[in-house]
Design a protein around this ligand. Structure first.
Ligand code: SF4
Length: 257
């Protein structure tokens, strides 16, 4: 596996304003890193211009935004009482967070901003390092935990540098034990064992976000012919239907009828 190229950088801005229609779940996105050491094969961020134009392959480089906590501190007045989403284009708890602690330092700023809502999205148990800060947000915090499969063989093929599924499920339970609201993000759903998976999600999460793989040509999946065929197959559509039914059975999704 290629080593990770770390390219420390200073940025001009660390907050990206969002203007979705209706009641927004976020008003600003915040990414303490650019690039991502997890390198998931289906990551749509790899086709964003900044990533596509970077001279190394997706998953092989990360730019820690060294001045992110400083810039966030300067933007305190702007984000006071607002909604923030951390981790929309990187994993804020990828392994180099242990070295740089940029996500932690950003959280330290956010704690004083009286946010209306904070969403932190990850697939890493390193989020537990920051429990002391995360718990200070109380019910205003939502953690989105990405668990696209319960099958570690699939995880090894599609996101080999990400934590094992069992480690994620355990971390989700630990977050919930401290009162933190955890949403399991099954998006995109990968091959899994639907009944067992739905049960595991019910034990580890308060809610679920569910989405199928429908962009096989725009990510690393394009160079995985077998996987690509699978995601375009009837078998995959049947899996989605079965998983949805199992999630309804365990009370994690509402029936559409
Ligand atoms: S962890 Fe998220 S941002 Fe990082 S490669 Fe995977 S999907 Fe992309």
């Amino acid at each position: 596996m290629p080593s990770l190229h770390i390219d420390e950088t200073n940025v001009r801005s660390v907050l990206v304003p969002q203007n979705p229609p209706g009641e927004p779940i976020t008003e600003y996105t915040l990414n303490p890193y650019s690039g991502c050491g997890m390198g998931c094969a289906y990551c749509y961020v790899m086709k964003f211009p900044f990533a596509y134009e970077y001279p190394k392959a997706w998953g092989e480089w990360v730019q820690p935004k060294m001045n992110a906590p400083f810039l966030l501190g300067k933007a305190r007045a702007k984000i006071y009482g607002r909604k923030i989403f951390m981790g929309s284009a990187t994993d804020p708890y990828q392994y180099i967070e242990r070295k740089y602690r940029l996500s932690r330092r950003c959280l330290k700023v956010l704690v004083d901003c009286n946010l209306k809502a904070l969403t932190v999205h990850t697939r890493s148990h390193l989020i537990l390092d920051d429990l002391d800060l995360l718990t200070q947000f109380g019910s205003r915090l939502r953690v989105g935990f990405s668990v696209p499969t319960n099958d570690d063989r699939v995880r090894k093929r599609t996101e080999p540098k990400a934590p094992k599924i069992g480690v994620r499920l355990k971390a989700m339970k630990q977050l919930r034990e401290t009162g933190i609201h955890v949403t399991a993000s099954l998006a995109p759903v990968l091959y899994c064992q639907p009944r067992e998976f739905a049960q595991q999600i019910a034990e580890a999460a308060d809610g679920v976000y569910f989405g199928k793989m429908d962009y096989t040509d725009r990510t690393g999946i394009a160079s995985m012919p077998k996987a690509r065929r699978y995601f375009n197959s009837l078998t995959y559509r049947e899996l989605i239907t079965e998983l949805k039914a199992e999630l309804i059975n365990v009370g994690m999704l509402k029936s559409e009828k």
